[in-house]
Design a binder for this molecule. Structure first.
Ligand code: LLP
Length: 371
């Protein structure tokens, strides 16, 4: 096997998609839009499009690729805090389902561009719900001090603007509180906030056709082999029980990691085993350019010695070849004794792995294989 290489288990992906689709039936009018920033490999995208999911895009490039891979324009949502005029025009002409709008200035620009082209933009307002998620600080997005969304105190003004501007069709509200969330009470807190907001809108006679709760469901990085499929039932049941949707209202969500995280492993080869004065280092041919999560978020990924799974348990730091001390996949872990040439698997790498890979140090991008 050529390494480093992302290996994807398409069977597991299909089973995961099926589990998500089935569990989503607990919520009325549920629509799942895959957050393709998690993994935009075209083979993966085609599988997800084929399963009938919509897609959540954050750039013109993502919208273009999603359409090429079989997603329907009506199922495309376009999110992002800094959409350029060029991207907005592209999305308008493609006839996407919804722009998730992050501020009033953006609203005015979309209205202007839509009017100029003789088109109508369907929009949802992204509201910052000021609900915290118990996850890594870098991936918490729903608190008031974040750059994302419209703060609650500015919501009324934004809604009035959305209702009054020409060529804007106001569909509803969009939220996202963070990523890798495993505690369902965080989503429950979001439901409670949305219920309060729904009352506010009802009192003013403003109808909301859709509620989008964003993404964020986490996966089990510690035991991927025993929990290969995330708990979609707990996730959707939380919304079914705690979110008060009005008759006819649509429910939208944007899972990324939970759909693709467990189906991918980064396979690498041990280049050298280096004995330091206090530590043993396993040096891999994969580096932080191939999988940046451990370096960037101190994220844990389970590591397996695939070549010699029964060897004596030995303490190692597992590192990459890049000239940065943060190029480290794990510190002080036990692995079956590693020798030069062993294949080392880094698990749960299907989300934000290949998608965030770079050519730093003028290295080639990792290769890709499907099983
Ligand atoms: N919707 C919005 C508006 C988002 O910002 C995100 C992710 C998602 C949906 C999908 O979230 P998910 O279901 O994947 O949690 N690179 C980081 C994660 C960044 C997440 C950014 N936003 C990581 O590797 O953990």
């Amino acid at each position: 096997m050529e390494t480093p290489c992302y290996v994807y288990d398409l069977q597991l992906l299909r089973r995961t998609l099926d589990a998500a689709a089935k569990a989503s039936a607990a919520v009325q009018n549920a629509h799942i839009h895959y957050a393709m920033k998690a993994n935009s490999n075209p083979v993966i995208l085609r599988e997800i499009a084929l399963a009938g999911f919509g897609v959540d895009c954050v750039s013109g490039g993502e919208i273009k690729l999603a359409l090429e891979c079989g997603f329907k324009a009506e199922g495309v949502e376009f999110a992002g805090v800094g959409k350029t005029d060029k991207e907005i025009l592209f999305a308008l002409h493609a006839g996407i389902g919804c722009f998730n709008v992050e501020g009033t200035e953006e609203l005015e620009v979309i209205s202007q561009l839509a009017a100029q082209e003789g088109l109508v933009a369907r929009i949802a307002l992204r509201i910052n719900p000021n609900v915290g998620a118990h996850t890594h600080a870098n991936i918490t997005t729903g608190l008031a001090e974040n750059k994302f969304g419209i703060n609650l105190e500015n919501m009324e003004q934004a809604v009035q603007k959305a209702l009054s501007l020409p060529n804007i069709d106001f569909l509803g509200l969009h939220f996202h509180i963070g990523s890798q969330i495993l505690d369902m009470t965080d989503f429950q807190a979001l439901c409670n906030r949305i219920n309060e907001l729904q009352d506010w809108f009802q009192h003013r006679g403003i109808s909301l056709r859709s509620i989008n709760v964003g993404g964020g469901l986490g996966i089990d990085y510690i035991h991927p082999e025993t929990h290969p499929i995330p708990d979609f039932k707990a996730y959707f049941d939380t919304f079914a029980h705690h979110l008060r949707l009005l008759p006819g209202q649509e429910f939208h969500c944007e899972p990324g990691r939970s759909l693709v995280g467990q189906c991918g492993s980064l396979m690498s080869r041990c280049t050298f085993v280096k004995k330091g004065s206090v530590k043993n280092f396993v040096i891999l041919d994969a580096g932080m350019n191939d999988l940046v999560r451990p370096a960037m978020y101190q994220a844990y990924h389970k590591i397996d010695n695939v070549s010699a799974p029964d060897g004596e348990q030995t303490l190692y730091d597992v590192v990459g070849p890049i000239c940065e001390s943060s190029d480290c996949f794990a510190k002080g872990i036990y692995l079956p004794k590693v020798s030069r040439g062993d294949i080392i698997a880094i698990r749960s790498a299907g989300a934000y792995g290949e998608a965030m890979a770079s050519t730093y140090n003028t290295r080639a991008l990792p290769s890709v294989r499907f099983e």
